[in-house]
Design a protein around this ligand. Structure first.
Ligand SMILES: Cc1cc2nc3c(=O)[nH]c(=O)nc-3n(C[C@H](O)[C@H](O)[C@H](O)COP(=O)(O)O)c2cc1C
Length: 174
C-alpha cells in the first residue's frame, strides 16, 4: 500500500494529500519528527510526499533528505511540491531538483497548483510576500510569473485542482 506524507500551513496541501490517500486506499500522514520511523525501508510500495513551496524551502524535500539515499534510492518515491507560481515555470525551473541533489534522479516530481489567500496569511508571511512583491514592482521589466504575482497581490487565489493528482495515481498504481 502507498504511503502518503504531507506538510501544510494553510490546508491546500492537506486537501491534495487527503484526496490522494483516499484514491490510493490509505491515510495521509502529516510529516513530524517521528515520520521517518514510519517508513518501511524494505517495502516495495510507493512513498508520496506533498509539501508547499516557500521560497527556496520545500519541507517535503527536507523530509526526503532526512530519509536519505538508503531509503529514497530503494523505494519508489514521488515528491509533489505545491506552489502558486505559474505551472510551466514550476515545471521548467524544477526547484525541488537542487534541494534533492544526487537523489533527484530517483524521485519523481509532480508540481501542483496551490492556494494563496492573502486574507488568511499570518503577519510574518504577509510581510515576506509584501517585500517580494515590492521588489518585483520596482523592476522595469517583469517576467510573466512576476507580473502574475504582482497582479494577485493582496487578493485570494485558489488554484487547487484535485484532477491534477491523476498522474500521481497512475504512477503509484503502475
Ligand atoms: C511565505 C510564503 C512564501 C511562498 N513562496 C512560494 C514560492 O516561492 N513559490 C511558489 O510557487 N509558491 C509560494 N508560496 C505559495 C504556497 O506554496 C502555496 O500557496 C501553497 O498552496 C500553500 O500550501 P498550504 O496551503 O498547504 O500551506 C508561498 C506562500 C507563502 C505563504
Amino acid at each position: 500500500m502507498s504511503q502518503v506524507f504531507y506538510a501544510t500551513l494553510y490546508g491546500s496541501t492537506k486537501q491534495y494529500a487527503d484526496a490522494l490517500a483516499e484514491r490510493l486506499g490509505t491515510e495521509a500522514q502529516e510529516i513530524t519528527r517521528e515520520s521517518a520511523s514510519l517508513i518501511r525501508a524494505s517495502a516495495a510500495d510507493p512513498i508520496i510526499v506533498l509539501s508547499p513551496i516557500h521560497g527556496s524551502f520545500i519541507r517535503g524535500a527536507k523530509f526526503l533528505n532526512e530519509l536519505g539515499p538508503a531509503v529514497v534510492e530503494k523505494r519508489k518515491v514521488c515528491l509533489a511540491p505545491v506552489g502558486i507560481a505559474l505551472d510551466h515555470v514550476l515545471a521548467e525551473t524544477d526547484p525541488a531538483a537542487d534541494l534533492l541533489g544526487d537523489m533527484a534522479e530517483h524521485v519523481k516530481r509532480v508540481y501542483l497548483p496551490g492556494r494563496l489567500n492573502y486574507s488568511e496569511l499570518a503577519p510574518d508571511h504577509h510581510d515576506i510576500m509584501e517585500t517580494r512583491i515590492e521588489k518585483m514592482k520596482a523592476k522595469d521589466e517583469r517576467s510573466e510569473n512576476e507580473q502574475m504575482m504582482v497582479d494577485i497581490y493582496d487578493t485570494d487565489v485558489d488554484r487547487v485542482d484535485l484532477s491534477r493528482l491523476d498522474p500521481i495515481v497512475e504512477w503509484a498504481e503502475s
